[in-house]
Design a protein around this ligand. Structure first.
Ligand code: PMP
Length: 417
């Protein structure tokens, strides 16, 4: 996600009157209203009335195929995962009422950190309340005064916000450009502390980073590397650790950030590392210390899910099959896609403008298919996208149905000739 931020306007101040801080949102409110006035469903206010499985929900009274969630491995309805949550609710109650540092560390916070160490084959794991907070906490704590954070221009908002929360100098490089990264690192003082922040899979287009080359460049300049593997956990690499594992970079990536809100199927975030002093993060990291810990049922479900993901080879294979089938099918129909090949479980369909994107999104929803709509500033280079994210639990028949729906909607809206 890029960081163009919200459209802002200077608030009007009446002489002697109060400055209405909410007036800065007038442009946003008007833009939203104009969209709704065209008669479409608001793409950013969808309600799941019922969720039947990782791939099916009821939206506006209609059975809908879900192709726009990050439930890559379909763990949300796994019987063992659900049972672990129920048991934890019974044994530990609904919440922890406190920080990990005080009264908020329960048995299953320890268990999920152990499951993470085991899954990633590392010595250290620290769990945060969300993936957003993991990036916020790790980046702002690792990079201090006089240090540099070097990040991809298309980084997720949580990476940008981690930079803002901290006091380090920020340097951006062109999306996935090894050359630009090299150039910018070369301009920094040799003796300064440097953290290069990368993502295995970039979530808007579903493209992957040339991590091997980027990590080599980072190391050449004496920088440490943090890789956010939110969108690759569970199915990338021999053990499902992520793109960095797939590329054989386990010895070179210093910190891996991840989330429980995607393949793990619940909520929470984490960082894992082999750094011998990694535990010190718990003593200094404000987004770890000054917030309540995850509820016991959440960490219990996460722990079971992560243990099962470790050996979910068959699910992984099904997810990749689905990604290949959908990517190939959409390409054959003539849609413009975010990547040349099926590089991840995210397949982005690129539309010309907002009007076309909304019309297409609405036609799909009316036909019983939910995909994510994305637009600037969340998307790179002003693109309007319909983002499809696949699940291991999508059946071949569902994928065929989805392709039929895309074809029908594409023709109805005029995207396809
Ligand atoms: N990093 C990336 C790359 C993400 O896409 C996201 C969420 N979409 C996050 C971090 C934040 O994860 P969470 O939902 O756990 O806050």
């Amino acid at each position: 996600m890029t960081d163009a931020g919200l459209a802002t306007e200077k608030p009007v101040v009446e002489p002697g009157g109060e400055r209405d801080l909410m007036s800065k949102f007038d442009a946003l409110i008007a833009e939203r209203q104009a969209l709704i006035d065209t008669g479409v469903t608001d793409p950013f206010a969808i309600v799941m009335d019922e969720v039947k499985s990782p791939t099916q929900a009821v939206i506006k009274g209609r059975e809908t195929i879900l192709l726009g969630t990050y439930n890559y491995m379909g763990m949300t309805f796994d019987a063992d995962v659900i049972q672990a949550g129920k048991d934890a609710l019974d044994q530990f109650g609904s919440g922890t009422n406190g920080s990990r540092m005080l009264n908020g560390t329960f048995r299953d916070h320890m268990e999920v950190e152990e499951a993470l160490r085991d899954f990633y084959g590392v010595s250290g794991a620290i769990v945060f309340s969300t993936g957003y907070m993991a990036n916020l906490g790790m980046i702002s704590t690792l990079a201090g005064k006089g240090d540099y954070v070097i990040l991809d221009a298309d980084s997720h908002a949580s990476i940008y916000d981690g930079c803002k929360q901290g006091v380090a100098e920020i340097v951006r490089f062109r999306h996935n450009s090894v050359e630009d990264l090299d150039k910018r690192l070369g301009r920094l003082p040799a003796e300064a502390g440097k953290l290069v922040v990368l993502e295995g899979v970039y979530s808007m287009l579903g493209d992957i980073a040339p991590l091997k080359e980027m990590v080599a460049v980072a190391k050449k300049h004496g920088a440490m590397v943090l890789s956010d593997e939110a969108h690759s956990m569970g199915f990338y690499g021999p053990n499902g650790r992520g793109v960095y594992e797939d590329m054989g970079l386990e010895a070179d990536v210093d910190f891996v950030v991840g989330t429980f809100s995607k393949s793990v199927g619940t909520v929470g975030g984490f960082c894992v590392s082999n750094h011998p002093k990694f535990e010190a993060i718990r003593l200094a990291c404000r987004p770890y210390i000054f917030t309540a810990s995850l509820p016991p049922s959440v960490v219990a479900t996460a722990a079971v899910s992560i243990r099962k993901l470790k050996t979910a080879h068959e699910k992984r294979a099904r997810l990749w099959d689905n990604a290949r089938t959908l990517h190939g099918g959409l390409k054959a129909l003539g849609f413009k896609l975010g990547t040349e090949s099926p590089d991840s479980a995210i397949i982005a369909v690129i539309l010309d403008d907002q009007e076309q994107a909304v019309a297409m999104w609405q036609a799909l929803l009316d036909g019983g298919l939910y995909v994510n709509m994305a637009r600037p500033p969340a998307t790179p280079a002003g693109t309007f996208l319909l983002r499809c994210s696949l699940c291991a639990e999508h059946t071949p028949e569902q994928i065929r149905t989805v392709l039929g729906m895309f074809e029908a909607a594409g023709r109805a809206v005029g995207v396809l000739a």
